[in-house]
Write a protein that binds this ligand. Structure first.
Ligand code: AAL
Length: 402
């Protein structure tokens, strides 16, 4: 695949501004020669006059020369059966789906009752919808009507690293064994609590699951809090991109190793011009159970939220949603580490659970034709829904030929 270069519009703007300090200089320093740009390229971009180009037109000339193969639009609909919305129950963050004995399987975070937040008695109340969760699973013949089968992995005994909540799970199948990786929190769940990643394995998708005695991934330990424990924004030093939380783990077998993709949250998180400071990282192991070693290249994204990654064309594709300047982009990397933007989409469902039975090599976005997502009915209760997507290659009215 052609190596592409994507220049972020704002970066170009900043570089442009800093090299041109005043108007008179602007004329001299920023005189750029566009004589070599072809007439066809200008026509394609709708640029009328190469001698009078706006900043936006100049940025457009720097866009990568890629087609619309990665451009899709999504729709979301309800599920039926046990995964339909149920008052009083939180079901969220669905894993990918696998298929065994003619049935799809999905795992997800499940908790009951409303969310109290951090202002009250955190020892006994529920601070987030994903607090006090266990991991449950459900099966379906058609991916639409689901039967809830029961718990797969429960919270640990008091004092264990996962005694408060186990949530946001992913499934990996490798050599006949099943692996669930998921987030863990140890009580007390205060705003500064570090979130880790646990692993459980089984010989069948129905369990029984054996849990790792220790977390397989932890936040970087190089941030320094400042002042009171009830404020997560005050820091003396922020530390690495994942100094506070490692989230949304997803393990992909890749090039003979195991790539654990995850979302990092940083101590002292700020809001930037692109929103929350959220980035992705990867940790690599020779065996599914670890040890997982964080890549020296981390972070490997500068944006995103829940991890949504799949193998494609000898590399790894990633859907980047929700946070940061590169939100709503599809990216691809030949080595699983260096990702480039392949499309900028209108938006994507959150917390996607991919259909791992899809023919992911058929075309870049084939795996996104349908899958699972979650939505907020309200802040207390979330439920799992179905998404579909379709490639869009022309913008037509009803009855109009493309
Ligand atoms: C999600 C995920 C993680 C967060 C919370 C529950 O969708 O990013 O799992 O902790 O929100």
């Amino acid at each position: 695949m052609k190596k592409i270069f994507y220049a972020l519009p704002i970066l170009i703007l900043i570089v442009g501004l800093s090299s041109c300090q005043n108007n008179s200089e602007t004329k001299e320093c920023c005189k750029e020669d566009y004589s070599s740009v072809s007439d066809e390229e200008l026509d394609h971009l709708g640029i009328t006059n190469r001698d009078f180009m706006s900043a936006a037109s100049k940025r457009a000339l720097k866009w990568p020369k890629i087609g619309n193969e990665w451009f899709v639009e999504f729709a979301v609909t309800d599920l039926k059966g046990d995964l339909a919305y149920e008052e009083g129950i939180v079901r969220r963050d669905p894993s990918a789906m696998i298929k065994e004995d003619g049935k799809y399987y999905v795992w997800y975070s499940r908790s009951t009752g409303k969310t109290d937040g951090f202002a009250g008695d955190i020892e006994n109340e529920k601070v987030f919808p994903w607090d006090r969760c266990d991991i449950w699973y459900a099966t379906s013949e058609d991916g639409i009507t689901w039967n809830e089968e029961g718990p797969a992995v429960k919270r640990g005994e008091k004092g264990a690293y996962d005694d408060r909540s186990v949530f946001t799970v992913e499934i990996m199948v490798h050599e006949g064994k099943y692996y669930l990786c998921y987030q863990t929190v140890k009580s007390p769940y205060n705003v500064r609590v570090k979130n880790q990643v646990g692993l459980a394995w089984a010989d069948s998708p129905n369990g029984p699951w054996t849990k790792s005695e220790e977390p397989i991934l932890s936040p970087a330990d190089n941030g320094v809090w400042e002042g009171e424990a009830d404020n997560r924004f005050k820091v003396l030093k922020k530390g690495d991109f994942d100094s506070h939380k490692v989230h949304d783990p997803c393990i992909i077998p890749f090039k003979g190793q195991f790539y654990l993709y995850y979302k990092g949250e940083q101590m002292g998180e700020e809001i930037t011009f692109g929103g929350r400071q959220i980035r992705h990282g990867v940790a690599i192991a020779d065996n599914p159970r670890g040890p997982y070693v964080k890549s020296k290249y981390n972070p490997i994204s500068n944006s995103g939220h829940e991890i949504c990654v799949w193998p494609y064309n000898g590399g790894i594709a990633s859907l980047i949603t929700t946070d940061g300047p590169e939100k709503n982009t599809m990216q691809w990397s030949p080595d699983g580490i260096n990702f480039e933007i392949m499309s900028v989409i209108p938006g994507a469902p959150h917390a996607i659970g991919l259909n791992r039975t899809a023919d992911n090599e058929k075309e870049p976005t084939e795996i996104l034709r349908w899958g699972l997502t979650h939505e907020y009915m309200n802040y207390n209760y979330q439920y799992i829904r179905r998404f579909t997507s379709q490639r869009k290659t022309s913008h037509t009215a009803i009855g109009e030929d493309s």
